[in-house]
Ligand binder design. Sequence first.
Ligand code: 5RP
Length: 232
Amino acid sequence: MDPVKLMKQEVGRAAAAQVQSGTVVGLGTGSTTAFAIQFIGDRLKSGELQDIKGVPTSFQASVLAKQHGIPLTTLDEVDTIHLAIDGADEVDPQFNLIKGGGAAHTREKIVDGLAEKFIVVVDSSKLVDKLGTTFALPVEVLPMAVAPVTRALTAMGGTVELRMGVKKDGPVITDQGNMVLDVKFAAIEDPAGMEQTINNIPGVLENGLFVGVATEVLVGEVKDGAASVRSL
Ligand code: 5RP
């Protein structure tokens, strides 16, 4: 298996091992969390895990959970999420994140932010000293506000691109029916300040900065073909 896929698989397995019977689990989005969802399903099927309910962060998570036999619930029906498992595009040493590579950051921030414990699952390439250095910040925007929000983000020093679909002509449309602007900044020196400033632009629904939300980061690594997982 290719090393990145192997790292994702093992870190997903390690996160799934932390799920306990009788709990509500936030199910994140992305290729790493997909492995965690698969392994939670395997544990349910084997009987090792019982009475789990998942709160999906996207249509992707919902489809995968159904495929793997994980019963789903909604935030109308539960008032506690015991554990959320989700990926990230960048992780800084303070556990602040950039998310939204899969355009799911709005629902992810709701679910991950409500969880008593939020485990981030990443491969080692996602660790950065400062956010913004390798990944453009995703910003979900109401379609009618794309032009003014682009101007406002450009005035903040960002280089803005409307995210385009793959195997779909035209822009990516989020699970909420909005569009995504990917904004490349030089290093983000004040993630908390920038998160607030961007969300204050009229027309912005949510941006991908997750500040002070993660409680544990599981990092997958591969050395000499062997995968290992360390907890930060
Ligand atoms: C989706 C996300 C993903 O969690 C993030 O993009 C990481 O994905 P992957 O595990 O595929 O690298 O934020 O909106």
